[in-house]
Ligand binder design. Sequence first.
Ligand code: MG
Length: 404
Amino acid sequence: MTIPDWLQFEEGWLAPYAMPSRLSRGRRYPEDPHPYRTIFQRDRERIVHCAAFRRLMGKTQVIVAQWNDHHRTRLTHTLEVAQISRTIARRLRLNEDLVEAIALSHDLGHPPFGHAGEAALDECLRQHGGFDHNLFGLYQVDEREHRYPEFPGLNLSWEVREAFVQHSQRRDLPETAPFFAMGAPLLEAQVVDLADSLAYDTHDIDDALGTELLTFDDLESVEFWCRAAEIARQKYPELRRHEFRVAVIRHLIAWQVGDLIEETSRRLQEFDIRTLADVRNASVPLVGFGPEVSQLKADLEQFLHQTVYQHHRVLRLAHKGKRILKALFAEFVRSPELLPPRHLRRWQDLPPTWLQRTQRSAGGTIHDSAKVPLERVVGDYLAGMTDRFAQQEYLRLFQPSTDE
Ligand code: MG
């Protein structure tokens, strides 16, 4: 196959263990190649243009969107993950377009109200296979976006779709098996996974300080913070509180990114990874932090769990979010005629998609009916909502004084 001149940069630049566009397994619905954009570039741009991506703006990361205008939402978290992933990918000479597409789509399936929302939906759908935001993300990009007359969804490449499935770890479903049959995840997907954890561990401290869930004194017991703070103090002894906070956060990110690049390069050498096939056949994760940073991060995560995620102000909002989703779920299942017509039609008219079939057969009741179970339709409707929309829908259904 001759490689067009505009694609030569990949040949000259990418490491032999990176995923070049020309080796992509392609799309579900075949399309003509673009005259000057790679398949992964097009994926990235399709993701940025889709409605689910815009809705990330209104979805809680940890702290509910309305607290103030400064902390992360799921959209800004996603953008941080994308840029950290790209830095790592460039240094390791991986495919930046693919890394960016995976990063920008990694949280598209998250429901409103963060992990509390996910737990609520999982409980509501227990008899119907439960709720997994990775599989729901795949379902969003495969079926629920309506942007192209030629095919449903965004028709993304196999490799971006694979990242959702690999991250879900759901090996029990027949439809996910072909993705796992490829072997270990691509390095590009592994990078996004760790950039995600690096980003949220760090920005959750920043947001917790910014919203006064934490004080600097609380962080005295966190070695990772203390060591980064010491370096910031040495470099800038005169900083005021806010500048100091930003300097420490910046150092924590740089420390983790540098460590990740170093450790991953070491592993690639140690395991003699020379080709894409070597990546697929590897039996250990190839992208990772060194032992010291792994331990510091684990301690930090334990601290965040005990303090920030269990803070009474965070828990109140989490419980409220759960209550809203459960009440909406029960009401729509009891009275499906209250659903907007587009969603009601999905229940009445459409045969189940592969995902709905597998979710049913994996976890719960198997119906002979060719219809999508109502619970799944309601779950999909709720999972796609922003926090604000779910709150408004709750008011519209339950508050006597609203008129629609
Ligand atoms: Mg994330």
